[in-house]
Design a protein around this ligand. Structure first.
Ligand SMILES: [Zn+2]
Ligand SMILES: [Zn+2]
Length: 307
């Protein structure tokens, strides 16, 4: 029997802002959120509006399973732009005492992650303060010098730094690596690499490529089984002289395909779709990507991959 170690489920694939409605019902209109499940752990990549239905689902699974243990989740934030955190105040597990949430992400523009998340829920913007959420919260400024080690069913991951390089990592441990991509205004983003049992998933959103492929991303994604890569624009939009998108911190479909090819990944998933791209446009974009890198798909809400 084929052994699947990691399951990837897409809950939000849009960039910038949500686009509900009939024209986006196939690919989906929620902003960035991906669930990665191993046997023992649930990781969530970004907390766009996709985290709202994910939260409902986590609670209903928890109740179905008898609701005896704590519900543990770990959220990895690429950065704190709205489309990556706007679902967090509506993430129902955050209100439950039986839930424990670890949040890891970058310190941006000198502000700690906890400060940025807390500011987003100041009373001018939201009636419940971040500090008042009932779940047990552990918020940590994460950087590329550190790794997270999830061992067995430990509630909290261990944070490893350079000193722990010799640490024994077991096959079924899950390790998260980070790499800073400076190409997103104003202070860059973190890309994540999730490794377990020799399987690798790389998440590189809100990163702007270059012709020939961004060496930093290619090196980080080398040999990954699945690469989830920003592909907000088609190249005509990127270079459009009347309304250019260069410098916005996002890649074209071509840039994503180039990285996938040079990094020799197994599969490419286009991500952070532009809100102006409706289902018909997305289907064309997906086809175009497949002509450039055969094993590629556009991320779609509800899509599930087994790695
Ligand atoms: Zn974004
Ligand atoms: Zn952004």
């Amino acid at each position: 029997m084929a052994r699947h170690d990691l399951t990837i489920r897409f809950w939000g694939v849009r960039g910038s802002h949500p686009v509900p409605g009939t024209k986006t019902s196939i690919y989906g209109g929620n902003t960035a959120c991906i669930e990665i499940k191993s046997k023992q752990h649930t990781l969530i990549l970004d907390a766009g509006t996709g985290i709202i239905p994910l939260g409902e689902n986590l609670l209903s699974e928890y109740r179905k399973n008898g609701a005896e243990d704590k519900l543990n989740v770990t959220v990895l934030l690429s950065h704190t732009h709205h489309d990556h955190i706007q679902g967090l105040p509506y993430f129902k597990p955050a209100y439950k005492r039986f839930c424990s949430i670890n949040i890891f992400g970058p310190e941006l523009l000198g502000a700690s992650l906890e400060h940025s998340l807390s500011q987003n829920m100041d009373p001018q913007y939201y009636p419940v303060r971040f500090e008042a959420l009932n779940a047990r919260k552990n918020v940590h400024d994460f950087n590329e010098k550190e790794r997270l080690l999830f061992h067995r069913d430990d509630e909290m991951p261990q944070i490893l730094n350079g000193k722990d390089n010799g640490k024994l990592i077991l096959d079924d441990d899950l390790v998260v690596h980070a790499c800073k991509s400076p190409t997103h205004p104003i202070d860059g983003v973190l890309m994540f690499k999730i490794v377990s049992n020799g399987k690798t998933i790389v998440y590189a959103t809100d990163t702007e490529g270059v012709a020939g492929g961004d060496e930093n991303v290619i090196a980080f994604a080398a040999g990954a089984d699945v690469l989830i890569h920003d592909a907000q624009y088609v190249k005509e939009e990127y270079a459009d002289s009347a309304d250019p998108k260069r410098g916005f911190g996002h890649s074209t479909v071509e840039m994503a395909c180039e990285v996938a090819e040079k990094a020799q990944v197994g599969k490419l998933i286009l991500f952070h779709h532009d809100p102006s791209h409706d289902d018909a446009r997305m289907a064309e974009i997906e086809k175009h990507a497949q002509s450039r890198f055969t094993n590629s798909n556009a991320g779609k809400e509800g899509m599930e991959l087994h790695v």
